[in-house]
Design a protein around this ligand. Structure first.
Ligand code: URA
Length: 213
């Protein structure tokens, strides 16, 4: 079972943990990293969509009629925080093909070190949708908080945050700013280093999935 404390759920499933170990290894190739991230995103997607609203629909099986469970409500929204969020997005879109999809782009201002928005395109009627924001690395938490700020400014009320790795610092920053947003992750690592990298971590998730370094 996943470990849930406060608003943080760590998915301790053996398959998730094994795949994450392979991703952490510095010699894992870009192709393997990308494939593993897709596989892990399917497994994390199972957890982050737990407790969705359900209804029943009347169907006919080859044997009889029945009231069968089905998802209820407006299609949920997946929001990728660029660019690394796209690595988690692929698997989630496969899992939830009808989901609406948005993108938020943020960069860190070199002087203020604050996140600045350079792109935001999100689905309409966020107020009526479960909104799942995805970014593999919850590090300082600053860009995640800014992304959730933007989603709330666009009407989102029911938000969950999905990442692959979280730092204790990032979780604390998110919890202080957005205590209403549950976080689902594969691991809570030890700390951040002086450059804001998660330790032990896996390095730069974007570089590792896109082969840019
Ligand atoms: N972003 C990354 O890609 N890796 C980290 O360790 C921290 C932030």
């Amino acid at each position: 079972m996943p470990e849930t404390r406060d608003h943080l759920t760590v998915v301790t499933h053996p398959l998730v943990q094994h795949k994450l170990t392979l991703m952490r290894k510095k010699d894992t190739s870009t192709a393997s990293f990308r494939r593993l991230l897709r596989e892990v995103s399917l497994l994390l997607g199972y957890e982050v969509t737990r407790g969705l609203d359900m209804t029943t629909v009347r169907i006919e099986t080859p044997v009889t009629e029945m009231d069968a469970p089905a998802l209820d409500g407006k299609k949920l929204a997946l929001i990728s925080i660029l660019r690394a969020g796209n690595g988690l997005l692929d698997g989630l879109m496969e899992l939830i093909p009808a989901a609406r999809v948005g993108f938020i782009g943020l960069y860190r201002d070199p002087d203020t070190l604050k996140p600045v928005q350079y792109y935001c395109k999100v689905p309409e009627a966020l107020e009526d949708r479960l909104t799942i924001a995805v970014d593999p690395m919850l590090a300082t938490g600053n860009s995640s908080v800014a992304a959730i700020d933007l989603l709330k400014a666009n009407g989102a009320k029911n938000i969950r945050f999905l990442c692959l790795l979280a730092s204790p610092e990032g979780v604390a920053v998110m919890k202080a700013a957005h205590p209403d947003v549950p976080i689902v992750t594969a691991a809570l690592d030890d700390r951040l280093d002086d450059h804001g990298y998660i330790v032990p971590g896996l390095g730069d998730a974007g570089d590792r999935m896109f082969g840019t370094k």
